[in-house]
Design a protein around this ligand. Structure first.
Ligand code: FDA
Length: 307
């Protein structure tokens, strides 16, 4: 029952100030967010790539409140692209973006987010890589999918994320399972009402399998975003049944979670992409990681008490 409480706290400014200022927080945060700026992150990228892993890079931040912050988010990603260029990793290091960080929730937010994200997608294409649009809460998704469609007119490789817990997602998956599409399927990390989303863990898992089957049978490129051993095994089986080769789908996991499994899948010849977040505005991202596994919260609380 802790998960929903933590997710509610993830949207509270008061909690944000409290947790962000806690003296031991950084050491706990580092497990999931291995750096505050681009200088910290380049060696992490190199190390993961040297271990046969691929990356999707996220500059943490969301729900910004003015257009200046949205432009700063764009610039942070442009700087990241600049720093990735000499590494020559191509699509082995792509980027994930949250449109709320690009201004989506502000006045005329849809246009503003599109205006800010486009240069990032263009810059990514210039260094031979691409961008995936993360999925945020359900109220943002029509805009996200419209921006995805718009960007794909010029950059067909632009990916997007769909969330198995939402009732709408089976229909979204059928629409998106077309040639050239890149779709990451995740369970879903936000607090959503029962009117739009499954609340029961088993129902979410069953929906995940149905949606993954649709993606695997389709013409696009499925990206299996999960740490769940059962879903990973089912993903492999569905890919096999659909006659897909190892380079016709991929696994994705978050930095700091089930690291040995990243290496195991890569060693088996799978494409394994690690979602690697960095930056100073880590609060929302960190709280969702706590909500996913309450044991993380116990670890966090213990480290505060022993300080
Ligand atoms: P589940 O939560 O059942 O976890 C399976 C096992 O993995 C657990 O038993 C535990 O061992 C381990 N585990 C999972 N989470 C952990 C944690 N935080 N700490 C420690 N261990 C943990 N969501 C979203 O709404 N929009 C998005 O754009 C994305 N993007 C995204 C990208 C990638 C690459 C991944 C892997 C996930 C996301 N997510 C996301 C998050 C996703 O929706 C979901 O909340 C988490 O992946 C947890 O769900 P699992 O599928 O891992 O299963």
């Amino acid at each position: 029952m802790l998960g929903p409480v933590i997710l509610a706290a993830s949207r509270s400014d008061r909690m944000r100030r409290l947790i962000s200022a806690a003296p031991v927080t950084k050491q706990v945060v580092d497990r999931f967010i291995p750096g505050e700026d681009v200088d910290d992150i380049v060696p992490v990228v190199r190390n993961l790539a040297d271990n046969g892993l691929e990356l999707t890079m996220d500059v943490v931040g969301e729900d910004i409140t003015n257009p200046v912050q949205a432009a700063a988010a764009r610039d942070a990603y442009l700087e990241l692209v600049d720093r990735l260029k000499p590494l020559e990793l191509g699509t082995r290091a792509e980027m994930s973006v949250k449109l709320s960080m690009f201004g989506q929730a502000l006045d005329d937010g849809h246009e503003l987010a599109l205006k800010n994200v486009r240069p990032v997608v263009e810059a990514a294409a210039e260094i031979g890589t691409t961008v995936t649009l993360d999925a945020e809460d359900h109220t943002t998704l029509d805009s996200m999918f419209a921006i995805h469609e718009e960007l794909r007119k010029d950059f067909p490789q632009t990916g997007c994320v769909i969330q198995a817990y939402l009732f709408r997602t089976e229909a979204d998956a059928r629409r998106l399972a077309e040639s050239g599409s890149r779709v990451r399927l995740v369970k879903g990390a936000y607090k959503e009402p029962a009117s739009v989303a499954y609340q029961d863990k088993h129902e979410i898992d069953r929906a995940y399998v149905r949606i993954l089957r649709t993606l695997m049978k389709g013409e696009g490129y499925p990206m299996i975003g999960s740490h769940d051993p059962r879903l990973i095994a089912i993903g492999q089986e569905l890919a096999h049944q659909a006659g897909r080769k190892l380079d016709e789908y991929e696994f994705q996991m978050l930095y700091g979670i089930r690291t040995e499994e990243h290496l195991r899948l890569a060693a088996e010849g799978h494409r394994m992409r690690v979602y690697t977040a960095y930056g100073t505005d880590w609060y929302g991202y960190f709280m969702r990681r706590l909500a996913e596994k309450p044991a993380n919260l116990r670890f966090f609380a213990r480290s505060m008490l022993t300080k």
